[in-house]
Design a protein around this ligand. Structure first.
Ligand SMILES: Cc1cc2nc3c(=O)[nH]c(=O)nc-3n(C[C@H](O)[C@H](O)[C@H](O)COP(=O)(O)OP(=O)(O)OC[C@H]3O[C@@H](n4cnc5c(N)ncnc54)[C@H](O)[C@@H]3O)c2cc1C
Length: 250
């Protein structure tokens, strides 16, 4: 068995996980931050692999329609409404308020968002939004975001452990807090070439993506099995927005 120790353990290697790892390190450079992902970093998960005709990154920028002081609120309203009014309003609000800063951050990391001649982002209406907020690089917007985040992570003192699937979280005696996680490192396809891994951590962030593979018909890459939901649930977390999972029979 292998043992590791860190201050912040980030599970997953997609957009959510990598952005969390960067934020942890930028906020407190002295923290020992570790990213553990079950695939190859930058080549597994939805952000790294998924694409569609014109992949959208919705952002309310200073010049985004309608251009009023409450443009962010209209963005949040759209997110909530389009989500069938079952999504978390607080999250929709955070998204509306901070999407512009997220766009600027990713631009600085080198994501090649398409821009007009005047330098403003080219934005279009999609996904039922009231106004044109969708920024894009083309069919591979998410992949470009992943590449930029991976590049940034590689420049930082962040330990990355690949090919290691976290199976469960470890709780303290009395189950009052999480103190680590354990999983399996699988470097080769051959059976028997697996090593158990235990990681102690003061803080754990799950960025393990969704459970698209639970649906009979889906457009998700392999491995999106919802294992993060399961381990969070077993650790006592309340799961929200599970309505569609229920329809899939999970
Ligand atoms: C075809 C398609 C088109 C899309 N188009 C858009 C769009 O236009 N606009 C938009 O906003 N969104 C779009 N999305 C959704 C968007 O891409 C995803 O919501 C987003 O990329 C998810 O990021 P994430 O970091 O949460 O998950 P992911 O990128 O999936 O990352 C999850 C990571 O966790 C790892 N992992 C999972 N379980 C474990 C475990 N137990 N142990 C260790 N590692 C684990 C995975 O290997 C992966 O690295 C689209 C999705 C698809 C499939």
């Amino acid at each position: 068995m292998k043992f590791y120790s860190c201050d912040v353990l980030i599970v997953g290697g997609g957009g959510a996980a990598l952005r969390a790892a960067i934020a942890a390190k930028e906020t407190a450079p002295g923290l020992r931050v570790m990213v553990v992902t079950k695939g190859t970093l930058g080549k597994s998960g939805v952000t790294a692999i998924a694409c569609s005709d014109r992949m959208a990154f919705h952002a309310t920028l200073p010049y985004t329609e309608p251009g009023t002081a409450d443009s962010w609120r209209r963005h949040a309203d759209d997110v909530y409404r389009i989500g069938g009014c079952v999504s978390d309003w607080d999250l929709a609000e955070l998204h509306g308020k901070h999407s512009g800063a997220a766009f600027e951050y990713l631009s600085r990391l080198g994501v090649p968002f398409v821009r007009k001649e005047d330098g403003r982002a080219d934005q279009f209406i999609t996904d039922g939004s009231e106004y044109a907020r969708a920024c894009y690089t083309g069919p591979r917007t998410a992949n470009h975001i992943e590449e930029a985040l991976v590049r940034k992570v590689r420049t930082m003192d962040i330990q990355v452990i690949e090919h290691t699937m976290i199976a469960d979280l470890i709780l303290s005696e009395g189950h009052s807090r999480m103190i680590g996680a354990f999983g399996i490192e699988r470097r080769a396809a051959k059976q028997g070439e697996e090593t158990s891994v235990a990681i102690s951590a003061k803080t754990i962030v799950l960025g393990t993506g969704g459970a698209g593979n639970a649906f009979k018909v889906h457009v998700f890459p392999p491995g999106m099995d919802g294992s993060g939901y399961a381990m969070a649930y077993r650790a006592g977390a309340e799961l929200v927005n599970m309505e569609l999972r229920k329809l899939a029979g999970v």
